[in-house]
Design a protein around this ligand. Structure first.
Ligand code: ASP
Ligand code: MG
Length: 452
């Protein structure tokens, strides 16, 4: 009998109806002969509402009490879900992160998991229960304080438990049918992939795709846990994320997660499901991602001599700011001055500008420019290593869409450009079409969530 970990996001359990629907799905999996561990997020936008509330009583809430507050959201959904399952005649027990053995470091608001000791979960399963675990939280090893793993951290909880319990698969249920070739909220003709390699998924996640967090995919790759991303609304098979394309993908999907025939919504859905299952070679391009959470800083008039860039980036690093893309112009012959631009999270913009203003005493650049009306578009695919035409097609697509490019960066399997924020959606659509990724049907359905 296999063990399955299922994670349900906030939009899947947004209200009582949602909780009951999820409970039925869990019970169906259990009836299919599996041991089931469920990781659940807070209902709907609960976490955001709790954050708003905290900000009303204190301008900079952080640390221990903030974590205490936020973890309450998952406590509500876990208990309600256990009740709903019991109401269907099955045994379920809910556990906080701490009770489930999720041990973290003591960095509040973005703790890292350092160990998972799921003794109580094992016992609950052995006694025939379904175990429900609150996502996104743990307990610190040294101080025994409650911690949270950072926004969206329930996915990481799920993968960590799957690894510790040696699960067959970690199913991540969300409000879309899987991993798409672009954000279905932006590209109506985005196509669902039936499989994507960890490597490509990591690049998509780090360049703005929100379907899975980078940290969760990284964890899954390290422990080689296959992830199956799917929708709790449709019952369709979703996207497998694993090191290699699993053999017999369709059979695997139906064995591990039978279509719950009792759900009316899943019946018509399952008819159209088979078409996506034909075996294909790994595509050249996996997808197009975008990110509008970054800003750009330009350091204008930097003396073009050794050591200047080092001093600039040391100042930024000492302020603990992670930067992303960097570009330096060729210096003007007449002045021997150059400009250096880089991107960083908007949320760090203020801190970075302060750090650089302080550094101006040493570096003697002319001025600083801050621009948060930018967006980033990335094309990801392992196949681009061996297909020379990819870069040209990418830039032609942007040019045909009349999109101006401000910065460019590349990795072995990714090309990213920075554009005006307003250009992001048309640019993503243009690139998606240019690589033949558009699907014939409008299969990219967004079932729920406010996208908040
Ligand atoms: N409820 C938390 C959040 O909204 C954790 C999660 O959803 O994964 O960030
Ligand atoms: Mg959430």
């Amino acid at each position: 009998m296999g063990l399955v970990v299922q994670k349900y996001g906030g939009s899947s359990v947004a209200d009582a109806e949602g909780i009951k629907r999820v409970a039925r799905r869990i019970v169906d999996t259990k009836k299919g002969g599996h041991q089931v561990v469920v990781v659940v997020s807070a209902m709907g936008d609960t976490t955001d509402e709790l954050i708003d509330l905290a900000e009303q009583v204190s301008p900079i809430p952080a640390g221990r009490e903030f974590d205490m507050l936020l973890t309450a959201g998952e406590r509500i959904s876990m208990a309600l879900l256990a009740m709903a399952i019991k109401n269907l005649g099955h045994e379920a027990q809910s556990f906080t992160g701490s009770q489930a053995g999720v041990i973290t470091d003591s960095v509040h608001n973005k703790a890292r998991i350092i160990d998972v000791t799921p003794g109580r979960i094992r016992t609950a399963l052995d006694e025939g229960n379904i175990a429900i675990v609150a996502g996104f939280q743990g307990v610190s090893q040294d101080k025994k304080d409650i911690t949270t793993l950072g926004r969206g951290g329930s996915d990481t909880t799920a993968v960590a438990l799957a690894a510790a319990l040696d699960a067959e698969v970690c199913e991540i249920y969300t409000d879309v049918d899987g991993v798409f070739t672009a954000d279905p909220r932006v590209v109506k003709k985005a196509r669902k992939m039936d499989w994507i390699a960890f490597e490509d998924m990591l690049e998509l996640a780090s360049s703005g795709s929100k379907v899975l967090l980078h940290r969760c995919v990284e964890y899954a790759r390290r422990y080689n846990i296959p992830i199956h991303v799917r929708s709790s609304f449709s019952g369709l098979p979703g996207t497998w994320v694993s090191s290699e394309r699993p053999a017999g993908l369709a059979q695997l999907t139906s064995r591990l997660a039978p279509h719950p025939a009792s759900h009316p919504a899943s019946q018509s859905a399952s008819e159209s499901a088979s078409q996506g299952d034909s075996p294909v070679e790994q595509a050249i391009i996996s997808g197009v991602s975008h990110d509008t959470s970054e800003a750009k800083i330009t350091v204008v008039g930097v003396p073009d001599k050794p050591g200047e860039a080092a001093t600039i980036f040391r100042a930024v690093a000492d302020a603990e700011i992670n930067i992303d893309m960097i570009v330096q112009n060729v210096s003007a012959a007449a002045t021997a001055l150059t400009d250096i631009s880089f991107t960083l999270p908007k949320s760090e913009g203020h801190k970075a500008m302060e750090a650089l203003t302080r550094a101006q005493k040493v570096i003697a650049f002319d001025s600083l420019r801050y621009d948060d009306q930018i967006g980033k578009i990335s094309l990801v695919g392992a196949g681009m290593k061996t297909n020379p035409g990819v870069t040209a097609t990418f830039f032609e697509a942007l040019s045909n869409a009349g999109v101006n490019i401000e910065l460019i960066s590349t990795s072995e399997i990714r090309i990213s450009v920075v554009t005006r924020a307003d250009d992001v959606n048309p640019a993503v659509q243009a690139v998606h079409s240019a690589f033949g990724l558009d699907s014939d049907s409008d299969e990219a359905v967004v079932y729920g969530g406010t996208g908040r």
